[in-house]
Design a protein around this ligand. Structure first.
Ligand SMILES: C[S@@+](CC[C@H](N)C(=O)[O-])C[C@H]1O[C@@H](n2cnc3c(N)ncnc32)[C@H](O)[C@@H]1O
Length: 208
């Protein structure tokens, strides 16, 4: 199944009017249909948010054939490349879905839960006035925790020192997550952004 190209457009319009709400509802419905086909009842997912070209999750899924892996990115060309990798590798446990992360979450079947979450080199939005666009925020982490069982790991990696410190501080006091200093990174495969970076910082947190 290829990525949804027409209805599930990634960029959420700024408007908050009725047309905007109807469009969001239509996208969510389309995504719900797509996810119902790939996520069986009661499934546990390894979820990569902002998977880009899919290098990491394709390698991870190949090494973990018993785990259902779903990568999400809002950019169509990136998801297309990721889907091609999945097809070449013929991995039935791997899916790439074009979606905005929060919308994906809303459309996920109610009984699906998260076995692990990977957030690798998310856009850092370095200017302070743009921090509100960052993916990893207090509320988003709370929403993700709602689908994660006790002990579910969250893996975060970035080359942006300030974003790393901000997320680390957020997790240190978060009601739903606890940092696990020193916990080893579970699987290595360089992503596109990791290849370009001079270095990186990694952390592991677990659902309380
Ligand atoms: C800096 S790139 C990193 C891609 C990949 N993880 C890597 O390390 O090469 C960030 C990715 O996150 C995606 N992204 C950003 N915000 C997103 C959102 N809210 N929902 C889904 N994808 C998002 C972007 O389209 C982009 O592909």
């Amino acid at each position: 199944m290829g990525p949804t190209e027409t209805i599930n457009k990634p960029d959420l319009p700024a408007s908050t009017g009725t047309a905007h709400r109807l469009e969001l509802a239509a996208r969510c419905e389309a995504l719900r249909g797509e996810l119902a086909r790939i996520v069986p009842a009661g499934a546990q997912l390894v979820w990569e948010v902002g998977c880009g070209h899919g290098h990491f999750l394709t390698a991870y899924a190949a090494a973990h054939p018993g785990e259902l892996c779903v990568g999400v990115d809002q950019e169509l060309d990136r998801i297309r490349r990721a889907v091609r990798k999945q097809e070449r590798a013929r991995l039935p446990n791997l899916h790439f879905v074009r979606a905005e992360a929060r919308l994906f979450f809303e459309a996920l079947p109610a009984d699906a839960t998260l076995a692990a979450i990977f957030v690798l080199f998310p856009d850092p939005w370095p200017k302070r006035r743009h921090h509100k666009h960052r993916l990893l925020q207090e509320i988003f982490l709370g929403d993700v925790a709602g689908r994660a069982g006790p002990g579910t790991p969250l893996y975060f990696r970035t080359d942006h020192a300030e974003y790393f410190s901000a997320v680390e501080a957020m997790l240190r006091t978060h009601a739903d997550w606890r940092l696990v200093p020193g916990e080893p990174w579970p699987f290595e495969r360089e992503t596109v952004f990791q290849q370009r970076a001079a270095g990186h910082f990694s952390l592991v947190a677990r659902r309380r």
